[in-house]
Design a protein around this ligand. Sequence first.
Ligand code: ADP
Ligand code: MG
Ligand code: ZN
Length: 414
Amino acid sequence: THDPKRRVLKDVFGFDDFRPGQASVMEALLAGRHVLAVMPTGAGKSLCYQVPALVKGGLTIVVSPLVALMQDQVAALRLAGVAADTINSSIDRDANVAAWRRVASGQTRLLYLAPERLMTERMLDALARLDVRLIAIDEAHCISQWGPAFRREYEDLAQLRGIFPDVPIIAVTATADETTRADIETRLFGGRVETQVLGFDRPNIKLAIEPKQDSKRQLLNFIERHQGRSGIVYCLSRKKTEEMAAFLEKNGVTALAYHAGMSKEARDANQNAFMTLSGVVMVATIAFGMGIDKPDVAYVFHTDLPGSLEAYYQEIGRAGRDGRAAEAHMLYGLGDIRMRRMFIEDEDAAAEHKRRSHVRLDTLIGYCETAECRRQVLLGYFGEEATPCGNCDNCLEQAPRADGTAEARLILAA
Ligand code: ADP
Ligand code: MG
Ligand code: ZN
């Protein structure tokens, strides 16, 4: 192949094809433009800068917030035969000195640094004398004050575009809400950036929302349609996860609870059972799910309103990873909205923060109450355009009815 990035993909990383979005991000970088890439977790954001780093040659600086993440990436790159280094506080002085020698002598292709380490005058001076050709900022949402993961040290990264005016900068994140994105665009790039938002659609997950009436019954009815399949049920409170799990058990469903108030042993045992057996229903608070990669989860059922549209998206994304038909089903009631509003008001936070939390909640309510295609609304929020999906309750209800009697009965009963 004559495409140098494809050659690196194959020869260095051993992959035959790009994942959705990767190639166009790389092309923009290789053409010298700044890029903000918003892609879901697991989409392959690292390769978006690692491949261009090797195509360009010279030195690429990678900023990452956690030492553990840096070390994982450096180890993985070295396994692939790439000269990668990190200089950080968790390794001893000699190792840091040796790493710097490799960087200074031009051997190192990718240098991983924490932001506070990079943004010292000494480091910047030293790097300015080297052949820096690309700068990558991982977990870029950490720069946003309004995001949940703000890090003071990320703020200084705003100076990078001034210090290295000829070097393209790529920022990557999985956090896609509009405020955070706009914040990254202004702070890191002064607005001069090509933003690419990609790959959020999960077309095999059917989206549906049902008015909340009798949660227990509604849940049981739903689960009976998925007998023998694994599923996740999210509840707002710890107590409710236990009540729901007990109710399901009483009705012949294998259900386990999971929440942060349980002992670590009990949590691990339940998680293990869910992961290794099939047909277990996990009734959990949001404490459950981070890093859970079970391909055959048939559904995610929300008995209560989630915290935000991002949270909802992440939570339902645990269904249908095997690509088979899966469902995201939510119960939605006015009481939930009141509860969420109260949570926000009771939070010990600045007025501006609360205002933004209310806006986020309104966005979620808008999704719940829309009569349009839900997937269109959901993807639209993440900046993706879509046509009506045919796989959400609103799309399916608009399909011609075989028989109007159910509807007629409702109208007459009113
Ligand atoms: P992210 O940072 O977006 O969450 P990673 O960069 O950690 O994702 O990549 C997730 C996984 O996907 C890694 O194991 C990586 O090797 C793999 N991956 C990335 N790109 C490709 C590709 N083009 N083909 C196959 N696997 C890929
Ligand atoms: Mg990543
Ligand atoms: Zn739809």
